[in-house]
Design a protein around this ligand. Sequence first.
Ligand code: ADE
Length: 259
Amino acid sequence: MPAPTPPPLPAPPRQKKTDGRNNNPPAPPNNNSTAGPAPCVMYTGEHAGARVTVVWNGRCRSHEVDLVGTVPAALGTYAALHALRQAAGPGSCPPVDLVISAGTAGGFRARGAAIGDVYVSSSVLHHDRRIPLPGGFEAFGLGRVESTPTAALRAALPALKLGVVSSGNSLDYTDRCIEIMTKHGAHVKEMEAGAVAWVARDLFGCPAMFAIKAVTDVVDGERATADEFLANLGAAAAALQETLPRVIEFCAGKRPSEL
Ligand code: ADE
Protein backbone atom coordinates (compact mmCIF):
# COMPACT_ATOMS: atom_id res chain seq x y z
CA MET A 1 0.00 0.00 0.00
CA PRO A 2 1.96 3.02 -1.20
CA ALA A 3 2.34 6.15 0.90
CA PRO A 4 3.09 9.57 -0.65
CA THR A 5 6.74 9.47 0.49
CA PRO A 6 8.37 7.67 -1.25
CA PRO A 7 6.19 8.62 -4.20
CA PRO A 8 3.40 6.25 -5.17
CA LEU A 9 4.06 3.54 -7.73
CA PRO A 10 3.41 4.62 -11.30
CA ALA A 11 0.16 3.48 -12.84
CA PRO A 12 0.62 -0.09 -14.01
CA PRO A 13 0.60 -0.82 -17.72
CA ARG A 14 -2.45 -2.67 -18.95
CA GLN A 15 -2.18 -6.39 -18.95
CA LYS A 16 -1.25 -7.94 -22.26
CA LYS A 17 -2.37 -11.54 -22.72
CA THR A 18 -0.04 -13.59 -24.87
CA ASP A 19 -0.51 -17.31 -24.46
CA GLY A 20 -3.58 -17.33 -22.30
CA ARG A 21 -1.50 -17.20 -19.14
CA ASN A 22 -0.47 -14.08 -17.35
CA ASN A 23 3.29 -14.22 -17.93
CA ASN A 24 4.28 -10.69 -17.07
CA PRO A 25 1.63 -9.40 -14.76
CA PRO A 26 1.29 -5.72 -14.00
CA ALA A 27 -0.95 -4.66 -11.14
CA PRO A 28 -4.36 -4.79 -12.81
CA PRO A 29 -7.57 -3.10 -11.75
CA ASN A 30 -8.81 -6.42 -10.46
CA ASN A 31 -8.48 -10.17 -10.27
CA ASN A 32 -5.09 -11.01 -11.66
CA SER A 33 -3.31 -14.30 -11.33
CA THR A 34 0.42 -14.01 -10.80
CA ALA A 35 3.05 -15.42 -13.15
CA GLY A 36 3.39 -19.15 -13.68
CA PRO A 37 1.48 -21.94 -11.96
CA ALA A 38 1.27 -20.29 -8.52
CA PRO A 39 -2.45 -20.49 -7.67
CA CYS A 40 -2.65 -17.17 -5.82
CA VAL A 41 -4.81 -14.32 -7.12
CA MET A 42 -4.23 -10.59 -6.71
CA TYR A 43 -7.08 -8.09 -6.48
CA THR A 44 -5.88 -4.51 -6.81
CA GLY A 45 -7.92 -1.42 -6.09
CA GLU A 46 -7.88 1.77 -4.10
CA HIS A 47 -9.02 2.56 -0.58
CA ALA A 48 -8.62 5.88 1.23
CA GLY A 49 -6.26 7.07 -1.49
CA ALA A 50 -3.93 4.10 -1.14
CA ARG A 51 -3.43 1.46 -3.76
CA VAL A 52 -4.30 -1.84 -2.09
CA THR A 53 -3.54 -5.31 -3.41
CA VAL A 54 -5.33 -8.20 -1.75
CA VAL A 55 -3.61 -11.53 -2.29
CA TRP A 56 -5.66 -14.71 -1.96
CA ASN A 57 -3.46 -17.78 -1.78
CA GLY A 58 -5.89 -19.79 -3.89
CA ARG A 59 -7.22 -23.34 -3.77
CA CYS A 60 -5.49 -26.70 -3.83
CA ARG A 61 -6.10 -28.33 -7.19
CA SER A 62 -5.84 -31.84 -5.76
CA HIS A 63 -8.02 -31.45 -2.68
CA GLU A 64 -10.20 -28.47 -3.61
CA VAL A 65 -9.69 -26.61 -0.37
CA ASP A 66 -8.30 -23.17 0.36
CA LEU A 67 -4.50 -23.16 0.53
CA VAL A 68 -3.82 -22.51 4.20
CA GLY A 69 -0.39 -22.69 5.81
CA THR A 70 3.04 -21.18 5.54
CA VAL A 71 4.05 -22.65 2.17
CA PRO A 72 1.16 -21.14 0.16
CA ALA A 73 1.51 -17.94 2.21
CA ALA A 74 5.18 -17.58 1.27
CA LEU A 75 4.47 -18.45 -2.35
CA GLY A 76 1.56 -16.01 -2.62
CA THR A 77 3.45 -13.19 -0.93
CA TYR A 78 6.49 -13.77 -3.10
CA ALA A 79 4.51 -14.01 -6.35
CA ALA A 80 2.52 -10.87 -5.58
CA LEU A 81 5.47 -8.75 -4.49
CA HIS A 82 7.47 -9.93 -7.48
CA ALA A 83 4.61 -9.10 -9.85
CA LEU A 84 4.16 -5.67 -8.30
CA ARG A 85 7.87 -5.02 -8.59
CA GLN A 86 7.86 -6.05 -12.25
CA ALA A 87 4.89 -3.79 -12.90
CA ALA A 88 6.53 -0.84 -11.17
CA GLY A 89 9.69 -1.14 -13.27
CA PRO A 90 13.38 -1.66 -12.59
CA GLY A 91 14.72 -0.57 -9.24
CA SER A 92 11.32 -0.70 -7.56
CA CYS A 93 12.35 -2.56 -4.49
CA PRO A 94 10.61 -2.54 -2.12
CA PRO A 95 7.54 -2.74 -4.31
CA VAL A 96 5.06 -1.80 -1.56
CA ASP A 97 5.18 0.30 1.61
CA LEU A 98 3.24 -1.99 3.92
CA VAL A 99 2.40 -5.69 3.99
CA ILE A 100 -0.43 -6.93 6.22
CA SER A 101 -0.99 -10.63 6.91
CA ALA A 102 -4.74 -10.75 7.58
CA GLY A 103 -6.74 -13.74 8.75
CA THR A 104 -7.99 -15.78 11.67
CA ALA A 105 -6.21 -17.25 14.67
CA GLY A 106 -6.66 -19.28 17.80
CA GLY A 107 -6.24 -17.16 20.93
CA PHE A 108 -4.72 -17.97 24.32
CA ARG A 109 -7.18 -17.22 27.10
CA ALA A 110 -4.28 -17.23 29.58
CA ARG A 111 -2.93 -14.17 27.77
CA GLY A 112 -6.25 -12.36 27.59
CA ALA A 113 -7.54 -13.46 24.17
CA ALA A 114 -11.25 -14.06 23.59
CA ILE A 115 -13.33 -15.05 20.58
CA GLY A 116 -13.96 -12.09 18.28
CA ASP A 117 -10.89 -10.16 19.44
CA VAL A 118 -8.78 -8.64 16.68
CA TYR A 119 -5.03 -8.60 17.23
CA VAL A 120 -2.28 -6.58 15.62
CA SER A 121 1.12 -8.25 15.89
CA SER A 122 4.00 -6.97 17.97
CA SER A 123 6.12 -9.76 16.49
CA VAL A 124 5.64 -12.96 14.57
CA LEU A 125 7.45 -16.29 14.89
CA HIS A 126 7.17 -19.99 14.04
CA HIS A 127 6.40 -22.57 16.75
CA ASP A 128 6.89 -25.70 14.60
CA ARG A 129 10.33 -25.16 13.08
CA ARG A 130 12.73 -26.64 15.58
CA ILE A 131 16.29 -26.93 14.28
CA PRO A 132 18.69 -27.52 17.21
CA LEU A 133 21.90 -27.27 15.18
CA PRO A 134 24.92 -25.02 15.77
CA GLY A 135 25.13 -21.65 14.09
CA GLY A 136 22.02 -19.67 13.31
CA PHE A 137 19.69 -22.58 12.57
CA GLU A 138 17.74 -22.35 15.82
CA ALA A 139 17.04 -18.64 15.35
CA PHE A 140 16.25 -19.19 11.67
CA GLY A 141 13.74 -21.90 12.61
CA LEU A 142 12.05 -19.70 15.17
CA GLY A 143 12.00 -16.97 12.51
CA ARG A 144 11.04 -14.21 14.91
CA VAL A 145 10.41 -10.92 13.10
CA GLU A 146 9.50 -7.77 14.98
CA SER A 147 6.44 -6.11 13.52
CA THR A 148 6.29 -2.42 12.72
CA PRO A 149 5.27 -0.59 15.92
CA THR A 150 1.62 0.50 15.80
CA ALA A 151 1.08 2.75 18.84
CA ALA A 152 -0.73 5.43 16.83
CA LEU A 153 -2.87 2.88 14.99
CA ARG A 154 -3.93 1.31 18.27
CA ALA A 155 -4.70 4.71 19.75
CA ALA A 156 -6.96 5.37 16.76
CA LEU A 157 -8.55 1.89 16.92
CA PRO A 158 -8.56 1.06 20.64
CA ALA A 159 -10.38 -2.25 20.18
CA LEU A 160 -7.25 -3.65 18.50
CA LYS A 161 -5.22 -5.80 20.88
CA LEU A 162 -1.43 -6.02 20.62
CA GLY A 163 0.16 -9.46 20.71
CA VAL A 164 2.72 -12.00 19.59
CA VAL A 165 1.47 -14.02 16.61
CA SER A 166 2.86 -17.54 16.31
CA SER A 167 2.65 -19.51 13.06
CA GLY A 168 2.65 -23.24 12.43
CA ASN A 169 1.29 -25.66 9.88
CA SER A 170 -1.32 -27.40 12.01
CA LEU A 171 -4.66 -26.38 13.41
CA ASP A 172 -3.73 -28.37 16.51
CA TYR A 173 -0.38 -28.40 18.32
CA THR A 174 2.14 -30.62 20.06
CA ASP A 175 3.45 -30.19 23.61
CA ARG A 176 6.66 -28.74 22.13
CA CYS A 177 4.65 -26.22 20.11
CA ILE A 178 2.91 -25.10 23.31
CA GLU A 179 6.25 -24.90 25.14
CA ILE A 180 7.67 -22.63 22.43
CA MET A 181 4.56 -20.45 22.24
CA THR A 182 4.56 -20.09 26.03
CA LYS A 183 8.28 -19.27 26.12
CA HIS A 184 7.83 -16.56 23.50
CA GLY A 185 4.62 -15.15 24.94
CA ALA A 186 2.29 -15.95 22.03
CA HIS A 187 -1.15 -14.36 22.29
CA VAL A 188 -2.52 -16.09 19.19
CA LYS A 189 -1.54 -18.94 16.87
CA GLU A 190 -2.29 -19.14 13.19
CA MET A 191 -0.74 -20.51 9.98
CA GLU A 192 0.69 -17.74 7.79
CA ALA A 193 2.11 -14.60 9.37
CA GLY A 194 5.66 -15.88 9.97
CA ALA A 195 6.02 -16.81 6.31
CA VAL A 196 4.57 -13.52 5.06
CA ALA A 197 6.92 -11.57 7.34
CA TRP A 198 9.98 -13.45 6.08
CA VAL A 199 9.19 -12.82 2.43
CA ALA A 200 8.12 -9.20 2.92
CA ARG A 201 10.95 -8.12 5.21
CA ASP A 202 13.90 -10.45 4.53
CA LEU A 203 13.47 -10.98 0.80
CA PHE A 204 11.82 -7.80 -0.47
CA GLY A 205 12.84 -5.35 2.27
CA CYS A 206 9.34 -3.92 2.60
CA PRO A 207 9.53 -1.04 5.07
CA ALA A 208 6.54 -2.06 7.18
CA MET A 209 4.75 -5.29 8.03
CA PHE A 210 2.31 -6.50 10.64
CA ALA A 211 -0.41 -9.10 11.04
CA ILE A 212 -4.09 -8.50 11.80
CA LYS A 213 -5.77 -11.63 13.16
CA ALA A 214 -9.34 -12.23 14.37
CA VAL A 215 -9.82 -14.92 17.00
CA THR A 216 -12.06 -17.88 16.08
CA ASP A 217 -11.20 -20.28 18.89
CA VAL A 218 -9.63 -20.48 22.31
CA VAL A 219 -6.52 -22.67 22.22
CA ASP A 220 -6.44 -23.23 25.98
CA GLY A 221 -10.23 -23.59 26.28
CA GLU A 222 -12.52 -26.57 26.71
CA ARG A 223 -14.04 -26.87 23.23
CA ALA A 224 -12.57 -28.87 20.35
CA THR A 225 -10.65 -26.48 18.08
CA ALA A 226 -12.25 -27.51 14.78
CA ASP A 227 -15.82 -27.18 16.16
CA GLU A 228 -15.09 -23.83 17.74
CA PHE A 229 -13.27 -22.59 14.62
CA LEU A 230 -16.19 -23.48 12.33
CA ALA A 231 -18.78 -22.07 14.71
CA ASN A 232 -17.02 -18.69 14.95
CA LEU A 233 -15.47 -18.32 11.50
CA GLY A 234 -18.29 -16.11 10.19
CA ALA A 235 -18.20 -13.77 13.17
CA ALA A 236 -14.41 -13.53 13.12
CA ALA A 237 -14.42 -12.85 9.38
CA ALA A 238 -16.99 -10.10 9.95
CA ALA A 239 -14.77 -8.55 12.64
CA LEU A 240 -11.85 -8.67 10.22
CA GLN A 241 -13.93 -7.11 7.43
CA GLU A 242 -14.92 -4.32 9.78
CA THR A 243 -11.39 -3.70 11.06
CA LEU A 244 -9.19 -4.00 7.98
CA PRO A 245 -10.62 -1.02 6.05
CA ARG A 246 -10.17 1.12 9.20
CA VAL A 247 -6.56 -0.04 9.46
CA ILE A 248 -5.93 0.84 5.81
CA GLU A 249 -7.60 4.23 6.20
CA PHE A 250 -5.31 4.97 9.13
CA CYS A 251 -2.13 3.76 7.43
CA ALA A 252 -2.75 5.43 4.06
CA GLY A 253 -0.28 8.23 3.42
CA LYS A 254 1.70 7.62 6.63
CA ARG A 255 5.32 6.66 7.06
CA PRO A 256 6.08 3.50 9.06
CA SER A 257 7.25 5.68 11.97
CA GLU A 258 3.81 7.32 12.09
CA LEU A 259 1.92 4.05 12.54
N1 ADE B 1 -6.80 -20.22 12.66
C1 ADE B 1 -7.84 -20.08 13.47
N2 ADE B 1 -7.69 -20.79 14.61
C2 ADE B 1 -6.52 -21.40 14.51
C3 ADE B 1 -5.80 -22.29 15.35
N3 ADE B 1 -6.28 -22.68 16.53
N4 ADE B 1 -4.60 -22.72 14.92
C4 ADE B 1 -4.13 -22.34 13.73
N5 ADE B 1 -4.74 -21.52 12.92
C5 ADE B 1 -5.94 -21.05 13.29
